[in-house]
Design a binder for this molecule. Structure first.
Ligand SMILES: Cc1cc2nc3c(=O)[nH]c(=O)nc-3n(C[C@H](O)[C@H](O)[C@H](O)COP(=O)(O)OP(=O)(O)OC[C@H]3O[C@@H](n4cnc5c(N)ncnc54)[C@H](O)[C@@H]3O)c2cc1C
Length: 365
C-alpha cells in the first residue's frame, strides 16, 4: 500500500483524491486548513472560448479543461452522485462597443470545430435575451453560446471528496523530509501532492525553494431571491471584472475582484463590492430586490507569466505539485489534477508536461 498525502482540498486536491481512489494500492489522506480557498469563493464560470489570450498552451489547457467536465460529471453520476453543481445554462457576452460582438462571434466560430462543447452560437437582441434572463438590461445585443457552464466549486469538491473515500484532516500542516518517508501532520507518507494553491511558497520556502506563485485576492457577492427560477438563467459576462452568475434556488452571484496587492488578506472590502454592485445594477436593476446577501473571499494563485504548472517537485522524488491556476482554475483544475494522478501512478499523462514546466516556477536555492 502506498501512503499518499494531499495538502489542499480545493478543486485540484479533491479531484486528485477522487482519481487516486480508483487505484486500490493508494491510501489517501487529505489535509486542508480551509482558509481562503479559491475554489469555494469562485464564480464558477466554465467558458474559455472567448479568451483573446495568445498563450497557446494556456488556451489548449482551458478548452480541454472545459471539455473534461462532462466526463467527470458523467463519472460521478454513474457512481450515484448528485451532479447538479454543474449546469450548461449558456453564457451571454456583452461589449460596450457592440460592433465588437461580430468579431467575437467569428473568433468563437473558428474555435467551434475543435471545441464542439461551445454549442450553438448566436447574436441575440435584448428582447431575445430577456426570454432566457428576464429583466436583463443596459445593452442592445449580446453574443450567446449555449455550451457555457457554471459550477458550484464548494459542492463539486464536497462530492469528489465524498466519492473518493479519502480521510480529510482539517488542519494546517507543513511538509517535512524524513530519512525514508515524508512527514505531513505528524504522519509518515511515501508520496505527497501539494495542491495548496497560493500557499505553495509557504510549504516549500522552508525546504530551500524559491517559488514563483503569488496570491491574488478575489471577492464576490451572492444575492438571494425568493420566487426567482434562476437555475436556467445563463451566465452574463460584460467587459472587465464584472460577471453575473445565476445559480439554482434564487441565487445570483456578482463578482469578482482581482487584487494583486493584498497578500493573504481575507477581510471584506465594502467599497470594492459596492463598485461591482453599482456596475451590476446597470444590467440587472432587480438586484435591489434581493432578500439577503452574502460575501465570499478567496485567494487565487498566479505565476509571473500567468501560466499554471504541474509535475514532480525538483529534487523531491515522490512529491508532486500543481499551482498557478489564476482566474481560470475551476476550468483547468480537474484536468490538471487528473493528469497529475496519471503521471504519478503511471509515469505518463496526456497533457505535455513540457508545456506546463514545474522547474520554471519552483527552483531549489
Ligand atoms: C473570486 C474568485 C472567482 C473565480 N472565478 C472563477 C471562474 O469563474 N472560473 C474559473 O475557472 N476559475 C475561477 N476562479 C479561480 C479558481 O477558483 C482557482 O484557480 C482554483 O479554485 C484554484 O484551485 P486550487 O485547488 O489550486 O486552490 P484552492 O482552491 O485555493 O485550494 C487550496 C487549498 O489548500 C489549503 N492549504 C494551503 N496551504 C495549506 C497547508 N499548509 N495546510 C493545509 N491546507 C492548506 C487552502 O486552505 C485551500 O483550501 C475564481 C477564483 C476566485 C477567488
Amino acid at each position: 500500500m502506498t501512503r499518499i498525502a494531499i495538502i489542499g482540498a480545493g478543486i485540484v486536491g479533491s479531484t486528485a483524491a477522487y482519481y487516486l481512489s480508483k487505484y486500490p494500492a493508494y491510501q489517501v489522506t487529505v489535509f486542508d486548513h480551509g482558509l481562503g480557498q479559491a475554489t469555494k469563493a469562485a464564480a464558477g464560470i466554465i467558458s474559455p472560448w472567448f479568451s483573446k489570450r495568445r498563450h497557446k498552451a494556456w488556451y489548449r489547457l482551458a478548452r480541454l479543461g472545459a471539455d473534461f467536465y462532462p466526463s467527470l460529471v458523467a463519472d460521478l453520476a454513474a457512481a450515484g452522485r448528485e451532479t447538479s453543481f454543474y449546469q450548461q445554462t449558456g453564457v451571454y457576452l456583452l461589449k460596450k462597443n457592440e460592433a465588437k460582438l461580430a468579431e467575437l462571434y467569428q473568433l468563437a466560430q473558428s474555435r467551434r470545430q475543435e471545441s464542439p462543447l461551445i454549442g450553438q452560437l448566436s447574436l441575440h437582441s435584448q428582447s431575445q435575451v430577456t426570454e432566457r434572463f428576464p429583466q436583463l438590461a443596459g445593452f442592445e445585443e449580446a453574443l450567446y453560446a449555449s455550451g457555457g457552464a457554471r459550477v458550484e466549486g464548494a459542492e463539486l469538491t464536497r462530492t469528489l471528496l465524498d466519492a473518493s473515500g479519502a480521510s480529510l484532516v482539517t488542519e494546517r500542516v507543513d511538509l517535512q523530509v524524513g530519512e525514508t518517508t515524508y512527514v505531513v501532520g505528524g504522519q509518515p507518507f511515501d508520496q505527497v501532492i501539494l495542491a495548496c494553491g497560493a500557499w505553495l511558497g509557504q510549504l516549500l520556502n522552508p525546504l530551500g525553494y524559491e517559488v514563483d506563485v503569488k496570491p491574488q485576492k478575489g471577492q464576490l457577492q451572492d444575492y438571494f431571491f425568493d420566487h426567482l427560477a434562476t437555475e436556467t438563467y445563463p451566465v452574463v459576462m460584460p467587459e472587465g471584472e464584472l460577471d453575473i452568475i445565476p445559480f439554482a434556488q434564487g441565487k445570483i452571484s456578482v463578482g469578482a475582484s482581482h487584487e494583486n496587492d493584498r497578500g493573504f488578506d481575507l477581510s471584506l472590502d465594502s467599497a470594492i463590492l459596492a463598485k461591482l454592485e453599482t456596475e451590476a445594477l446597470s444590467y440587472y436593476p432587480l438586484l435591489t430586490a434581493a432578500k439577503s446577501k452574502a460575501q465570499r473571499v478567496g485567494i487565487r494563485a498566479y505565476t509571473s507569466d500567468f501560466s499554471p504548472f504541474f509535475g514532480q517537485v525538483p529534487h523531491l522524488p515522490g512529491v508532486y505539485a500543481v499551482s498557478g491556476l489564476g482566474s481560470s482554475g475551476l476550468t483547468t483544475g480537474p484536468l490538471l489534477a487528473k493528469n497529475l494522478v496519471d503521471l504519478l501512478v503511471t509515469g505518463e499523462c496526456l497533457l505535455p508536461v513540457t508545456d506546463y514546466p514545474i522547474d520554471r516556477y519552483i527552483v531549489k536555492r
